[in-house]
Design a protein around this ligand. Structure first.
Ligand code: CU
Length: 583
């Protein structure tokens, strides 16, 4: 688009304002200019093609027409920018045969998805140029709006800026709240680019931009510049993904209309919460319900980012007002969706049950690498700490800098506990999260417990320039605290030993041996306690183990006296012992 055409569009849209250069389509701080008559202009919102549960994703340089009649070199998947939208039902298995046709390494991180280490897209597991890898895992977690994107070492920011990202939507028929669906359930991936670079996605951050992040001055939604969507006078569900490298948005409608926040990063909240604005930092998602029924046909309203103050020394700054997408009201068809009074209850962690507190101080230094966590910079081969499975931990994140840091964790969903000690949190903090915005000089605490997989995962800033600069640490999720390895010698056979003491009150110890299975280095093992009726009383262990002799303690102080059975299940081997709790 030529600059003159852009100006025409701004004029046609009614946003006749003196704007700082460069021009910002839809951008406005003047309220009376915001609710405008539809006059056209812009491009209809695009939707990436759907990707089923299995198939090929080929990553390659591609040429697409982001701006009409102009070619843009992007990094696309199957020729699509953004990448195809994965839409999968909870419980189903995704199989992606991923081909890297770039001339540099690549990985796919399934952001917010809880997957085994080898599927997580860690930069150590990079797929070399002209090579392929099969990502496959069963989606076990809550329905919600997730996304996938590049996570290659020192290349993440460039890859994402050039287009390597896509939606990952998990559905769950059990969560049926009569929310708007089909055409009324609209994913919006928000990314900023630079008007002066149109039609190119140039990525060449200078030193200052490595400090503050690579920011733009125009917003693309689902890869659509100056996007608009024709809507009905009815209720819509919008799934917002901040897929920008560094930009934080202060989301609001141009006429300050209220909306309902219904979901955070990890799916539905316990109840909708009405709001008129919210902060959305890179890597975060939020879902809102918005009702267009109070608008007349031919009216429009714009979703925008409001101005806010923030440091920064570059021409491209955080906090500039930006238009995101215009909604043109065109008909009266009803979506049939409703705003429910509540969703399913969320079990919030009890901070009294925290067994370990970790402190992470975010800092910036004058020499590269600039961004540090506990004065460390990312080392692919270094494991910075170990977290036992099933232990509730409090992570205190202290931002000692003047910049935003949206902190993101892999392998788990966490809960925000406090901001500067205040547990009265904004609605976007309350619920399941994997990314939390830590504001300049702020301290944020999250509660985190790894239930699902052990292995090496990442904790990092989702400002992608900060991440590539090394603001990222490795940690390892290890065996739960309750299990002790007594010997690493390889026992002759699988065996479950009689517990001791027995009878017992209230605790007893149970030993078991894991032997090696030919060509298999780790085996899965479950140690379950059943009561006399056959009902499961306790899961003492559920995970993978290398060969060795192990001991687990069962504290039965909350169980009644009686006969219990403990069963070891590993592969086809099972053995059961009888235990007597005598209080
Ligand atoms: Cu950061």
């Amino acid at each position: 688009m030529k600059r003159r055409d852009l100006l025409l569009m701004v004029l046609q849209a009614g946003a006749i304002l003196t704007l700082p250069k460069p021009l910002q389509f839809f951008a406005s701080e003047k309220k009376n200019a915001l609710l405008t008559e539809v006059t056209g202009g812009g491009n209809p919102l695009r939707f990436p093609p759907l990707f089923n549960n299995g198939g090929i994703m080929t990553l390659a340089q591609s040429t697409v027409q982001v701006w009409p009649s102009q070619n843009t070199q992007v990094i696309a998947i199957n020729g699509s920018y953004p990448g195809p939208t994965v839409r999968i039902q909870k419980g189903q298995t995704l199989i992606v045969n991923f081909f890297n046709n770039l001339n540099e390494e690549a990985t796919v991180h399934w952001h917010g998805l809880i997957v085994p280490e080898s599927m997580d897209g860690h930069p150590k597991d990079a797929i070399m140029p002209q090579s392929s890898y099969t990502y496959t895992y069963t989606v076990l977690q809550r329905a919600g709006t997730y996304f996938y994107h590049s996570h290659a070492h020192h290349l993440t920011a460039k890859h994402v800026f050039k287009g390597f990202a896509g939606f990952f939507i998990v559905t769950d028929p059990a969560e049926n709240f009569n929310l708007p669906s089909g055409n009324y359930d609209v994913p919006l991936c928000i990314q900023d680019h630079r008007i002066s670079d149109i039609p190119n996605f140039n990525y060449a951050p200078g030193t200052d931009e490595m400090h503050w992040g690579y920011l733009g001055d125009t917003v693309l939604v689902n890869g659509t510049p100056d996007a608009y969507l024709e809507v009905s006078r009815t209720l819509y569900r919008f799934r917002l993904v901040n897929g920008s490298n560094a930009r934080v948005y202060k989301i609001a409608f141009s006429d300050n209309s209220p909306f309902n926040i219904i979901a955070t990063d990890g799916g539905l909240k316990d109840a909708p919460v009405q709001a008129t604005q919210l902060m959305l930092s890179p890597g975060e998602r939020v879902e809102i319900l918005f009702d267009f029924s109070s608008y007349s046909i031919n009216q429009s309203v714009t979703l925008q980012s409001l101005a806010f103050s923030h440091g920064g020394t570059l021409p491209y700054k955080q906090g500039i007002p930006l238009g995101i997408i215009r909604f043109d009201v065109v008909n009266n068809i009803s979506s049939g969706g409703e705003i429910p009074a509540s969703f399913n209850a969320i079990n919030y962690y009890n901070s009294n049950e925290v067994v370990n507190t970790r402190v992470f101080t975010l800092s910036m230094v004058s020499q590269a690498p600039f961004h540090r966590i506990n004065d460390l910079t990312f080392d692919m081969k270094r494991i910075d700490w170990q977290t036992p499975q099933l232990a509730l931990e409090k992570w205190r994140i202290i931002n000692a800098t003047q910049d935003f840091h949206p902190m993101h964790v892999h392998g788990v969903l966490w809960q925000v506990l406090s901001r500067n000690g205040n547990t009265n949190l904004p609605p976007c903090d309350k619920g399941w999260k994997d990314t939390v915005l830590v504001n300049p000089t702020e301290t944020v605490e999250v509660l985190v417990r790894f239930n699902d997989y052990r292995g090496i995962y990442l904790f990092h800033c989702h400002n992608l320039e900060h991440e590539d600069d090394g603001m990222m640490l490795n940690f390892r999720v290890t065996e739960p605290i309750g299990i002790k390895q007594i010997s690493s010698g390889v026992p002759a056979e699988f065996k479950l030993h009689q517990n001791y003491p027995n009878p017992f009150n209230p605790a007893t110890k149970i030993r078991f041996d894991i032997t090696s299975v030919e060509s298999v280095r780790v085996v899965s093992a479950r140690l379950i306690v059943y009561d006399i009726t056959g009902k499961e009383a306790a899961v003492l262990y559920d995970g993978t183990l290398k060969p060795g002799e192990f001991e687990v303690e069962w504290n039965a102080s909350s169980f009644p006296s009686g006969v219990y059975f403990c069963k070891l299940i590993t592969g086809s081997f099972t053995q059961t012992i009888k235990m007597i709790l005598a209080k």
